[in-house]
Design a protein. Structure first.
Length: 216
């Protein structure tokens, strides 16, 4: 059965159906976006931006993707069944996927996403994905930001009414007609790594800043 599900998930039509189903459902929300212009101005002026979010908030990321397709947005996606589905959704939105994670094909994927950022200047990354634990920032965001000389722009969402799935991340789906706010936080330009401990200090600092916005 799993084999058949995987084959279906890998088809283009499955991605198209899922993408439009999520877009149509999201149309019921009362949506507000905060602080988007700050990082968009920086991008338009030639800066590089790595958008970062928690895995829990991926549902609304689908709504955001087509807003940034003109910038050739790249997204790092795991080599898994969930990743197969996500890849089709991302590609349907007009954005680009780079396959790999911390556990499977991560080294090559990190090099590819860094290379894309140097050329197109915009990418997105899930801080605690694809397997968690929830609220723990993995090394990827710091590695990509330094490799591409990019500013990190964390973002998240809140909803006045939502369902939370019984998954490792307690995946959040706003309820119909919910008030949903997507919040972009001030960009973070990491200082150069001068000592071995600096990398871990920066990872912990980003984690501490983002944890209050994990709506569990």
């Amino acid at each position: 059965m799993l084999k058949e599900v995987r084959k279906l998930a890998q088809t283009k039509i499955a991605g198209v159906v899922l993408y439009w189903a999520m877009r149509l459902y999201s149309a019921m929300f009362r949506l507000k976006i905060e602080n988007e212009s700050q990082w968009l101005d920086y991008l338009e002026q030639g800066g590089k931006v790595l958008l970062c979010l928690w895995h829990q908030h991926l549902f609304m990321a689908v709504w955001l993707l087509p807003r940034y397709k003109k910038y050739q947005l790249g997204v790092m996606i795991s080599k898994s069944l969930d990743g197969d589905i996500a890849t089709r959704i991302v590609e349907t939105s007009g954005c680009f996927s780079v396959r790999g994670s911390s556990s499977r094909g991560g080294g090559g994927a990190l090099k590819e996403i860094i290379s894309r950022m140097k050329q197109y200047r915009l990418a997105a990354h899930v801080l605690d994905g694809p397997r968690g634990p929830a609220g723990i920032v993995k090394d990827g965001a710091i590695t990509i930001a330094h490799g591409a000389d990019a500013a990190i722009v964390p973002f998240g969402m809140r909803a006045d009414r939502a369902w939370y799935l019984k998954s490792w991340d307690r995946f959040m789906i706003p309820k119909p007609f919910a008030h949903v706010t997507i919040i972009f936080y001030p960009k973070i330009k990491l200082p150069p790594l001068k000592a071995e401990k600096d990398f871990e200090d920066q990872r912990k600092s980003l984690e501490k800043m983002m944890q209050p916005y994990l709506y569990l």
